[in-house]
Design a protein around this ligand. Structure first.
Ligand code: IMP
Length: 478
């Protein structure tokens, strides 16, 4: 879609209006030590949450995953090795962290056992540091088969799922026929219930999609083996989290996917099947929303998305290819090339609003090094000339909008590895300030490379200092 240039000066979005929260946490944060923190994706996933959580996790006593399943992929580093984690919270590589998988997740037992094995091979001892809620939904091999069959049948309107079975597993949960992790504690009961559900799935695969049935005996042989291993990990996550707080310990909530993939507030139906918003962390863990703490939204300095669905700032030509190559934009979970585009301030501000972001962590600034001009989408123009300043719920409308863009000067000096704002080229600093004005919240952390050290904390927000304290504490602890 041909963009229209922004006609107004500045960011074109106008001042953050009544739709935005009135800087909710700024005052509250001032005297508060950071006992809990929530990290959430602010775009369509893959924003770099893994690096942010990895950076912070060592400074928290507990780390919690609360949504999605092994559709997510976070890369963490331990003893110079990299691990692609899909289910286990990123804190696991820090000896001090206890890790929790909450009820709102869907967990493939085989994928979880494999991940635990990989960690052990790499020297990460899990011991009793991982707990799985008994209310977590079990994702079965037939969920995966159904996901693939449904996507195949959708043809051109396919969602572009990760093919992991996430949608069908959440569907069983909503239909009140899901197998839950409490069943892992009684392997015979687990096997019998799993056979019944998978048998129904097989009938659906055959009748609706003429697809091959999953071999139930083989599937159950594997599932019962892993059920024996995972059963002892099942425990009361909510009570454990309250225990941490009771002892004055700290908790990090680690969101998967991103606000724009949220089942209710994302670009439905091109979304995942769980809630990706911060409030779901409380629901999923079974704790008060007051436990959650400030929310940091992770966004890239540009935007990517995998799978189908509208993407107003997408660059489909060589500029998009250039961003993909420079940013190595290929999926951690599926290896699929990601669609790339300019930073979309309309979608960004929507994310700030619906997720109540207190601050933003901006990732991959260095990928923009060397570009003459950097564009930001600051508005959506309707076919009749009217303007939208927020993400519409109607996807047909979203597909027809023309992005209004603002051109900003690029920079030639590299930002790779810069850890101090004064060391950034003036144009890069101006870019950060422009995005802050558009989003209406501070950018407290900027990533200038894949390594932990290639990170800068910036600004005078109270959160900046609190994040610095947590990171320092993590460095000091094992
Ligand atoms: P599902 O979650 O596998 O059902 O996929 C639904 C949509 O969410 C697809 O567009 C996926 O590409 C996208 N999605 C799911 N998980 C992730 C993720 O961790 N990062 C980025 N996109 C994701």
């Amino acid at each position: 879609m041909v963009p229209t240039r922004c006609r107004e000066g500045k960011c074109g979005l106008g001042p953050p209006g009544p739709a935005r929260y009135d800087a909710p946490s700024e005052a509250g944060l001032k005297n508060q030590s950071l006992s809990t923190l929530l990290i959430v994706g602010g775009q369509w996933g893959d924003e770099g949450k893994g690096k942010v959580v990895d950076l912070l996790a060592g400074g928290f006593d507990a780390v919690v995953r609360y949504n999605g399943g092994h559709n997510a992929g976070h890369t963490v580093r331990f003893a110079e090795r990299h691990f692609a984690l899909h289910l286990v919270p990123s804190g696991i590589v820090h000896e001090r962290s206890r890790c929790y998988m909450a009820a709102g997740m869907v967990v493939d037992p085989t994928a979880l056992a494999t991940e635990i094995d990989h960690l052990a091979e790499g020297g990460v001892e899990i011991g009793d540091r991982l707990m799985l809620s008994p209310r977590t939904t079990i994702l079965l091999p037939t969920h995966r088969a159904l996901d693939l069959a449904r996507e195949g049948a959708r043809g051109a309107t396919a969602i572009g799922t990760t093919g992991r079975g996430i949608g069908p597993a959440y569907q069983d949960l909503a239909q009140r026929r899901a197998l839950r992790a409490d069943s892992l504690r009684d392997v015979e009961r687990f096997a019998s219930a799993a056979r019944t559900i998978m048998s129904d799935h097989n009938d659906e695969l055959a009748a609706m999609f003429s697809a091959e049935r999953v071999d139930l005996d083989a599937a159950l042989a594997e599932l019962t083996t892993v059920a024996r291993r995972l059963g002892p990990m099942v425990g009361d996550v909510g009570a454990a989290l309250l225990g941490h707080r009771g002892r004055g310990e700290t908790i990090l909530f680690e969101g998967a996917q991103g606000v724009l993939l949220d089942i209710l507030h994302g670009t439905y139906p091109y979304v995942t099947s769980s809630s990706c918003l911060p409030g779901f962390a409380a629901t999923s863990c079974g704790v008060s929303v007051r436990l959650l703490g400030p929310v940091v939204g992770v966004m890239k300095a540009y935007v990517t998305r995998v799978g189908g669905g509208p993407f107003p700032s997408e660059l489909t030509g060589p500029e998009g290819d250039q961003l993909r190559e420079r940013g190595n934009e290929y999926g951690t979970t599926t290896g699929r090339p990601r669609r790339c585009g300019w930073f979309d301030a309309v979608a960004g501000r929507y994310a700030v609003q619906v997720a109540g972001l207190d601050a933003v962590a901006l990732m991959k600034l260095d990928v923009l090094d060397g570009l003459d001009t950097i564009r930001v989408v600051t508005g959506y123009e309707l076919p009749d000339g009217g303007m939208l300043e927020t993400l519409p719920s109607d996807l047909e409308l979203l597909a027809r909008v023309r992005p209004v863009t603002m051109d900003l000067p690029g920079w030639s000096a590299p930002t790779v590895g810069v850890t101090d704002e004064a060391g950034l080229p003036a144009a890069a600093r101006a870019y950060l300030e422009f995005l802050e004005r558009c989003l209406g919240v501070p950018i407290v952390l900027v990533s200038t490379g894949p390594r932990r050290e290639e990170t800068m904390l910036r600004g005078d927000s109270p959160l900046t200092g609190q994040l610095a304290d947590r990171i320092a504490e993590g460095v000091a602890s094992p």
